[in-house]
Design a binder for this molecule. Structure first.
Ligand code: NAP
Length: 243
């Protein structure tokens, strides 16, 4: 039987590109999103912010395939606002999707991932390695996700379950147009990378059982700069957002 990959947030953007890449490499692709799609082998409509729907997703997949080889936690949402103006319900909703749904779905599939010595791939962000003003809430979800990935990897080492964390920079998906909050920037597609190149880089890293990749790789330099020179970064970032 083909290897089975489960991809959340499959309907568009990075999830769709990952589905195509894994499909091209012979995987049976199971996709999850609220909207229906027909380009995967099996699709489940679910709102992952609802814990009961996460349980339903796991039961349906195990009933149909009785195994899982790769879980890609990709579904996520952004929030652009100052801490002063941020709406608590939007912050909580984003944490439910970007963090708690990842933890809960991973826990549901862990017994099966142990049986296949499988992989958990978490789609994090550059925003989980450096703070960004007016995206502080989003950064908090991705910093939390990085802590989850790193500690989970260490805990699962004896079981040989692979955990790959993806530090993602700007990619052209329309992500910011779908974000929450009152300070959304205009879409600037020319600045973003291609989802297809991203998906290829992820598949390569999965095959090599890497622990983390940064895509595009030049963001490593930015992360290094921000963490080393925060006072300079504060001034540049404030100017950029308020110009
Ligand atoms: N694009 C970037 O520049 C960028 C940069 C860094 C990190 N990332 C991360 O990459 C991941 C994917 O982003 P993207 O750019 O592909 O975003 P996107 O194009 O907006 O796609 C988000 C996906 O998540 C699904 N989704 C949203 N809310 C959901 C919910 N409540 N339950 C189930 N599924 C839900 C959406 O499908 P439905 O609406 O049909 O449910 C969609 O398939 C996110 O975790 C994001 O934080 C993106």
């Amino acid at each position: 039987m083909d290897k089975v990959v489960v991809i959340t947030g499959v309907s568009k953007g990075l999830g769709k590109a990952l589905a195509e890449e894994f499909k091209n490499n012979g995987f049976t692709v199971v996709g999850i999103s609220r909207s229906e799609v027909d380009f995967v082998d099996f699709h489940i409509s679910a709102d992952l912010t609802k814990k009961e729907e996460i349980k339903k997703v796991q039961e349906e997949i195990i009933k149909k395939f009785n195994k899982i080889d790769v879980l890609i936690n990709n579904a996520g949402v952004g929030l652009y606002d100052s801490w002063e103006n941020m709406k608590e319900e939007q912050l909580r909703y984003m944490f439910e999707l970007n963090f708690f749904s990842v933890v809960n779905l991973t826990k549901e599939f862990l017994p099966y991932l142990k049986k296949t010595n499988g992989s958990v791939i978490n789609v994090s962000s550059v925003a989980g390695k450096m703070y960004i003003p007016y995206m502080g809430g989003y950064c908090a979800t991705k910093f939390a996700l990085n802590a989850f990935s790193d500690s989970l990897r260490a805990e699962l080492k004896p079981e040989d379950v692979h955990v790959l964390n993806l530090i993602v920079g700007r990619i052209n998906t329309g992500f910011s147009s779908r974000a929450l909050g009152s300070k959304k920037p205009p879409e600037t597609p020319s600045l973003g990378a291609s989802p297809d190149k991203f998906a290829k880089a992820v598949f390569k890293a999965y095959k090599k059982r890497k622990r983390e990749i940064t895509f595009p790789v030049w963001y490593k330099l930015l992360i290094w700069f921000v963490n080393l020179f925060p006072n300079i970064y504060d001034k540049i970032a404030y100017k950029k957002w308020n110009s």
